[in-house]
Design a protein around this ligand. Structure first.
Ligand SMILES: [Zn+2]
Ligand SMILES: [Zn+2]
Length: 227
């Protein structure tokens, strides 16, 4: 975890709430994908806020190779110049120390202990932890009552195939089958709506008003996106 105190634990109520009111952007339609992305954003903000005072956090940062491409782009949107400068002075310094001096380490650099650069992007780490916690919270709630599956059935966007399948793997057979049935129902509906988009592209039907199928293409992109 980037921050030592990460606030409240992941809860099924958050997932249900997200299913009811997911943001409209095509890449955040699955409730778990959205909450996972939110965890990465919080992790990034936490890193910028606490990096000056938190020495352990700086050490962890130095052991990484920086942000992955996706979270580097996120940092360029929500980070700030000073925080980024502090973070990347560390990064540049440790890379210079192992520089390209004919492939040999400079004598002064050789004396300095270098961090092993095997650490994963800190945002990816927090994102993964959040994802696991939300999936666990949902799986445990499903064992108790039907509130999640009811909310999922009523939801316009549901879960992506990848998260639905991860969840199925965490459930006993009967619940996994109930989830699979819901996924199949959703796929059948999506198929109908995609076919409707194609049908209405024909000049004979172009005058027909757009119905529920209007954002089906976005839902298809999201549903089949890989994590
Ligand atoms: Zn998802
Ligand atoms: Zn990352």
């Amino acid at each position: 975890m980037i921050r030592k105190n990460t606030g409240k634990e992941a809860s099924v109520e958050e997932v249900i709430e997200t299913l009811r009111d997911v943001p409209g952007a095509p890449d955040t339609l699955c409730a778990i994908c959205y909450l996972k992305q939110r965890a990465a954003e919080r992790a990034l903000r936490g890193l910028y806020t606490e990096l000056v005072n938190d020495y352990d956090l700086r050490l962890r940062w130095r052991k990484t190779t920086g942000f992955c491409r996706q979270h580097g782009e996120l940092a360029s949107r929500i980070g700030d110049p000073l925080g980024t400068a502090i973070l990347y002075l560390d990064m540049v310094d440790s890379n210079q120390a192992t520089g390209d001096d004919g492939g040999k380490m400079k004598p002064w650099a050789r004396k300095r202990p270098q961090p092993s650069k095997d650490g994963k992007c800190l945002c990816c780490t927090d994102e993964k932890i959040a994802e696991e916690r939300y999936l666990q919270a949902v799986a445990s709630s499903m064992r108790q009552d039907s509130s999640f599956i009811d909310a999922l059935t009523a939801s316009r966007h549901g879960l992506c195939i990848a998260h639905s399948s991860s969840l199925q793997g965490m459930l006993p057979t009967d619940l996994a089958q109930a989830l699979q049935k819901e996924t199949m129902r959703r796929l059948a509906l999506l198929k109908e709506q995609l076919a409707e988009i194609v049908r209405k592209s024909d000049y004979r039907y172009q005058h027909e008003p757009r119905g529920d199928e209007k954002d089906a293409w976005l839902r298809a992109l999201q549903l089949f996106s890989s994590r």
